[in-house]
Ligand binder design. Structure first.
Ligand code: ATP
Ligand code: MG
Length: 594
C-alpha cells in the first residue's frame, strides 16, 4: 500500500520512528537498514529510525509498527491469518464430512501468506457499549473495527483526535489501552432466501436455535435509497384484511404508512394481522422488534408459527435487554434484508416496532458519544435517523424488476400527543398515518382507528376499483355520525332524518369492529360496504349486526358465487353488479330472523 504524505496523521502519530519486535534470530544491521528504507517509501517519511526489541510472545518472525501502521510477519500473525482463512471456509451443516479433510488440506497447502499491514489504535475509554479509539485516523463512517478480544464495533463518530465506535458485543474484556484494528469493511449483514422463517438478531445471527443460516450475499446495513428514476408510483394494494383500513386508508405496495397511538392501543396487532393476511399473496414479511420484551417476541413467533405466517416471515429481534448499538442498527439491518428481496423482484412488507424506542436507543448512544443534546435531549440528526431509513422503502421500476418494500413503522405517543418531537418527524416522513385512540379502544371500538386523524396519501391509487366504489362515502358518514352523536346525546326528541343517520352510523361503527386474527377477504369487504351503504342493515339491532354480516357472507358464498367471482375478477364495479349485490342482500334479509 502506498500512502500519501497528505494522509499522514499529525496528531499523535510519530512517523519518524518504527518499532521492530522480533523473536528468534535478531535482524542484522543490513536488514534493519532495508526495512527502514522500504518503510520510508511506503509511508512517505524522509527517514525512519528503527528501534529493535526482542518479544518472545510473537513466536517467531517480526512485527514492525510505525505510526498507526503495523506490518505483521510473525508466527502469531501467520497462525491467525490461517485460522481466519479456515473459519471462512467452514462449510454448512449439510456438507459431507469426507470432503472436509480435502478442503482443509487444500487450504493449508495453498495458503498464501500476505504481510498484513493494518491501521491499529488503542482504546482511550470504554463503557456502556461505546469505545473511543485513538490512533486510527483513516477509518470511515460505518466501518467495522475489530478489537483484540474479537469483539466487533462500528465507527459512529469521527473526531479530530479519536473515533467513537459502537460495540456489537460485550465490552467486559476491553480495557483502556486494548488494541483495535481497522478491517476496511463496511458494516453489513448476511442476507439470502434461507433467512425466511427464521428469528435473527440485528447482526444476522440466528437466535431461534434452529442452526446456522447459509447466506447468499452480504449487504451493507446503510444503503442509499433508490432514486426517482429507479422508482415507479404505487399501484398495487397491500391488503391488511382490516376493514377500517382497507376501505378508508388503503395501503399500496411501496408505501410507508405509520401506525401511531398510545401504549396498548393495538398498534402491534394491526401490523401482525397484516403480516398474517399476506398468506398466499407472495409477499415476504420482515418484523423488526426494537426494545421489546422477549416474552412478547416469543408469543409472536408462536402465533406466526401456528397461523403459518412464519413460512414467509423473518423476525429481526433487538430486545429490550440488548445493548443500545444493536437496537440502533436493527431497523437498518432489517431493511438490508428487505432490499435483497426487493432487488430480486419480490414484494416485501417490513414492520418497525417501534421507532420511538429506536430514537431512544440512538439518543443514549449519541449522549455517550458526547454529541450535544437538542430538543428533548435528542441529537440534532434524529430526523435523518428515520428519514434515511424510511426513504429506502419504494416501488422499483419495471426495469429493475418491479419489487417493492412497504413499510409500517410504529410510533408510541404519550397521552395522545401527536405533536411531540419524534411523532411529528415520522408523520412528516411517511405517506400517511393510522392513528389509534385510547378512548375508542376502551369503548370497545377495536381496532381503535380514529377516522378523523388518520390518512393515507398515496394508497387510493392502489385500491381496487370495486373497493374504491364500495367504500364511497363511508369516511364522511362516520365523521358526521361522530359529530352528531356528541351533539344529540342529551336531546330526546330527534327528527326522523337525524335518527336515521344515527342508526346508520352506529351500524357502520359496529361493522368496523374486528377481532384479532380474522382478516376479511376483498369480496367480503366489498359486499359489506355495498350492503351497508344501501342502508339495508340500518334497522338491525346493533348487537346483531356482526352476526347478520357473518351469516350474510356465508349466504353469498353458498348461493351467489357469480357475484364473488365478478368482484374478484373485475377491475371495476358497474351499477348492474351493485344492484345484484343489493338485491341478494334484501332477499337474504327477509330470511334473517332478528
Ligand atoms: P404496546 O404499546 O404495549 O406495544 P400495542 O399498542 O402494540 O401495545 P397491542 O399489543 O397490539 O398494542 O394490543 C394491546 C392489547 O389489545 C392486546 O392484548 C391485544 O390482544 C388487544 N387487541 C388489540 N387489537 C384488538 C382487536 N382488534 N380486538 C381485540 N383485542 C385487541
Ligand atoms: Mg406493541
Amino acid at each position: 500500500m502506498k500512502l500519501n504524505k497528505k494522509d499522514k496523521h499529525t496528531l499523535q502519530d510519530d512517523y519518524s520512528k518504527a518499532l521492530l519486535r522480533y523473536a528468534g534470530t535478531a535482524p542484522s544491521q543490513e536488514q534493519i537498514k532495508k526495512i527502514s528504507e522500504s518503510l520510508s517509501t511506503l509511508i512517505g517519511s524522509e527517514h525512519i529510525d528503527v528501534n529493535v526489541v526482542e518479544d518472545k510472545s510473537i513466536g517467531g518472525g517480526f512485527i514492525v509498527k510505525c505510526g498507526n501502521y503495523e506490518f505483521d510477519w510473525s508466527d502469531a500473525g501467520r497462525t491467525q491469518q490461517l485460522r481466519d482463512e479456515l473459519v471462512d471456509t467452514a462449510p454448512g451443516d449439510d456438507f459431507p464430512d469426507s470432503h472436509i479433510i480435502s478442503i482443509l488440506k487444500d487450504k493449508v497447502v495453498n495458503f498464501d501468506l500476505e504481510i498484513q499491514d493494518r491501521e491499529v489504535g488503542n482504546i482511550m475509554w470504554v463503557g456502556d457499549g461505546i469505545a473511543n479509539v485513538k490512533g486510527i485516523g483513516h477509518a470511515f463512517y460505518g466501518e467495522i473495527i475489530q478489537f483484540e478480544d474479537g469483539t466487533k464495533g462500528m465507527v459512529q463518530d469521527i473526531r479530530d483526535d479519536h473515533i467513537g465506535c459502537i460495540l456489537f458485543g460485550s465490552d467486559e474484556k476491553l480495557r483502556q489501552g486494548s488494541r483495535a484494528a481497522r478491517t476496511y469493511k463496511q458494516a453489513g449483514i448476511p442476507v439470502g432466501e434461507q433467512f425466511v422463517g427464521r428469528v435473527i438478531n440485528a447482526l444476522g445471527a440466528p437466535i431461534d436455535g434452529k442452526g446456522e443460516i447459509k447466506e447468499t450475499a452480504y449487504r451493507p446495513i446503510e444503503q442509499q435509497a433508490p432514486g426517482i428514476v429507479d422508482r415507479q408510483s404505487v399501484k398495487e394494494p397491500m391488503e391488511t384484511g382490516i376493514l377500517s383500513i382497507d376501505s378508508m386508508f388503503p395501503i399500496g405496495r411501496g408505501q410507508r404508512e405509520l401506525i401511531i397511538g398510545d401504549r396498548q392501543t393495538g398498534k402491534t396487532s394491526i401490523a401482525t394481522d397484516t403480516i398474517m393476511n399476506q398468506k398466499g399473496k407472495d409477499v415476504i414479511c420482515i418484523y423488526v422488534a426494537i426494545g421489546q420484551k422477549e416474552s412478547t417476541i416469543a408469543k409472536l413467533v408462536q402465533s406466526f408459527t401456528v397461523s403459518g405466517a412464519m413460512d414467509y416471515t423473518i423476525i429481526v429481534n433487538a430486545g429490550a435487554a440488548e445493548p443500545a448499538p444493536l437496537q440502533y442498527i436493527a431497523p437498518y439491518a432489517g431493511t438490508a434484508l428487505a432490499e435483497y428481496f426487493m432487488y430480486e423482484g419480490k414484494d416485501v412488507l417490513i414492520v418497525y416496532d417501534d421507532l420511538s424506542k429506536h430514537a431512544v436507543a440512538y439518543r443514549a448512544l449519541s449522549l455517550l458519544l458526547e454529541r450535544s443534546p437538542g430538543r428533548e435531549a435528542y441529537p440534532g440528526d434524529v430526523f435523518y435517523l428515520h428519514s434515511r431509513l424510511l426513504e429506502r422503502s419504494s416501488k422499483l421500476s419495471d426495469a429493475l424488476g418491479g419489487g417493492s418494500i412497504t413499510a409500517l413503522p410504529i410510533i408510541e405517543t404519550q397521552a395522545g400527543d401527536v405533536s411531540a418531537y419524534i411523532p411529528t418527524n415520522v408523520i412528516s416522513i411517511t405517506d400517511g398515518q393510522i392513528y389509534l385512540e385510547q378512548d375508542l379502544f376502551f369503548e370497545g371500538m377495536r381496532p381503535a382507528v380514529n377516522v378523523g386523524l388518520s390518512v393515507s396519501r398515496v394508497g387510493s391509487a392502489a385500491q381496487t376499483k370495486a373497493m374504491k366504489k364500495a367504500a364511497g362515502s363511508i369516511r364522511i358518514d362516520l365523521a358526521q355520525y361522530r359529530e352528531m352523536a356528541v351533539f344529540t346525546q342529551f336531546s330526546s326528541d330527534l327528527d326522523e332524518i337525524t335518527k336515521a343517520q344515527l342508526a346508520h352510523g352506529s351500524v357502520l361503527m359496529e361493522l368496523l369492529k374486528q377481532p384479532l386474527g380474522q382478516p376479511f377477504k376483498m369480496w367480503e369487504m366489498v359486499i359489506t360496504l355495498v350492503v351497508v351503504g344501501a342502508g339495508i342493515m340500518d334497522d338491525i339491532p346493533v348487537k346483531k349486526v356482526n352476526e347478520f354480516r357473518a351469516a350474510m357472507l356465508r349466504y353469498y358464498e353458498e348461493n351467489e358465487k357469480d357475484i364473488i367471482t365478478e368482484i374478484n375478477g373485475s377491475k371495476n364495479m358497474d351499477e348492474d353488479l351493485k344492484k345484484r349485490i343489493i338485491h341478494a342482500a334484501s332477499l337474504y334479509k327477509g330470511r334473517f330472523d332478528n
